[in-house]
Design a protein around this ligand. Structure first.
Ligand code: SF4
Length: 97
C-alpha cells in the first residue's frame, strides 16, 4: 500500500506542469526591494516557493514554472505582484495531486 505524501515537497512532486515560454507572473523589482518587511510575505506564503529573495542584489527571483495557481501572492502583495493564469493549456495539472 502506498503512503500518502507527508510534506509539501512530496505533494508538489505529484503535479505535472506544461511550462509556458513566458512568465505569467511579474514582480516590480523596485517595489519589492522597497518592502522592508523581513522576510517579505511572498517569500514564505507561496506554497510552491516560487519567490526567492536574492541575498546579493535584493531582487526577487521568480521560479514561475513551479506555480500551482493558487493566487495567494496576488492577494498578499498586489502592490508589486502582477499575476495571471498561464496561457490556455499551460501551467499546472492536478491529475495526480
Ligand atoms: S499563485 Fe500561488 S503558487 Fe503561484 S506564485 Fe502565487 S502564491 Fe505561489
Amino acid at each position: 500500500m502506498k503512503e500518502n505524501p507527508k510534506t509539501i515537497e512530496d505533494k508538489l512532486y505529484l503535479l505535472t506542469y506544461r511550462s509556458d515560454h513566458k512568465s505569467h507572473i511579474q514582480v516590480d523589482q523596485e517595489k519589492f526591494k522597497a518592502d522592508k518587511r523581513n522576510p517579505k510575505p511572498i517569500t514564505y506564503i507561496c506554497p510552491a516557493k516560487v519567490y526567492v529573495e536574492d541575498p546579493n542584489t535584493g531582487e526577487c527571483i521568480i521560479n514561475h514554472e513551479n506555480c500551482v495557481e493558487c493566487g495567494t501572492c496576488h492577494v498578499v502583495s498586489p502592490e508589486y505582484v502582477t499575476w495571471f493564469y498561464p496561457e490556455g493549456g499551460k501551467g499546472v495539472q492536478y491529475k495526480l495531486g
